[in-house]
Design a protein around this ligand. Structure first.
Ligand SMILES: C[S@@+](CC[C@H](N)C(=O)[O-])C[C@H]1O[C@@H](n2cnc3c(N)ncnc32)[C@H](O)[C@@H]1O
Length: 267
């Protein structure tokens, strides 16, 4: 069950007018987002600084709303569980070392932390506000003994992380908020930190039409674009078809180090 229509271009005026006519009650919220976007664009030219400010503003309202579309606690828990169950079905094992990019307030992270061996979960995020909320989730779940790492990041070069360390890298609803250069930076560096046989799963907002963005917050990509970008950095990308059957609006891909690169670039 898909919640989105991949061919639709949400940035066009025609789409926005149609949407406004269908959902007049959402106009004030969108107008507030558009005004915030205009102000933050003026203040921050760099995308990470811009998006960090978006997260600060969202988190001030509700941290659950900041990491999901639906502000209810039930939806927050359900989407976390969906990520966890899927990853366990697709290879995550307790002894694995896992990096979660954009861990948010541990919607899924709390389940990964509980499942993985002590010290095997590493979460990074660009938002200090969200990382403080992540600590609250950790304490509420009594997960302190699992000693996860929760670290503030400024980019996706992973410069402070060791070579060939992570069996699993996971990014849910992060590339849906990332312009191409941020995704490219991640692809350029993730191969170095992946352990032999490791994989990187990420979700993205998929379009089958023209690639576009809504404000500077939401980005829509074609699958082929991301596959080609990954290939430029020695990575094989696979579309995860069975994720499409789940009630989630985004699509998922899995990236691994291409066999020829794995032979030539050792840890
Ligand atoms: C929609 S939330 C999803 C959080 C979490 N993955 C989840 O599923 O609950 C997106 C998160 O990614 C973080 N984020 C956005 N861009 C990022 C980047 N380039 N590097 C690291 N974190 C990023 C945001 O601060 C936010 O916490």
């Amino acid at each position: 069950m898909r919640a989105t229509e991949p061919a639709r271009n949400r940035s066009t005026l025609a789409h926005q007018v149609r949407y406004a006519l269908r959902h007049p009650e959402r106009i004030p919220a969108h107008a507030r987002r558009a005004a915030r976007d205009a102000w933050l664009r003026l203040r921050y030219r760099d995308h990470i600084a811009y998006y960090r400010a978006v997260m600060a503003s969202d988190a001030a309202r509700s941290t659950e709303a900041a990491v999901g579309h639906n502000p209810s606690r039930e939806a927050w828990a359900r989407i976390g569980r969906m990520q966890f169950d899927y990853l366990v079905r697709h290879g995550l094992q307790p002894h694995h070392r896992m990096l979660e990019i954009g861990c948010g307030n541990l919607r899924a992270g709390r389940l990964f932390i509980d499942y993985l061996d002590t010290g095997h979960y590493y979460g990074i995020d660009i938002s200090p506000h969200i990382l403080l909320a992540a600590q609250d989730t950790l304490a509420a779940g009594r997960l302190q003994p699992k000693l996860p790492y929760l670290v503030l990041a400024d980019d996706l070069t992973f410069a402070f992380l060791p070579d060939a360390h992570f069996d699993v890298v996971h990014a849910h609803s992060v590339f849906s908020h990332s312009p191409p250069h941020v995704i490219e930076e991640c692809f350029a560096h993730v191969g170095r930190i992946l352990a032999p046989g490791g994989f990187f799963d990420f979700t993205f907002d998929r379009t089958e039409g023209a690639e576009h963005q809504v404000l500077r917050e939401d980005f829509y990509y074609r699958t082929e674009t991301l596959t080609a970008l990954a290939a430029r950095h020695g990575l094989d990308a696979r579309f995860m078809d069975d994720w499409e059957r789940l009630p989630h609006g985004q699509s998922k891909m899995r990236v691994t180090v291409a066999a020829d690169r794995a032979r030539t670039v050792g840890p």
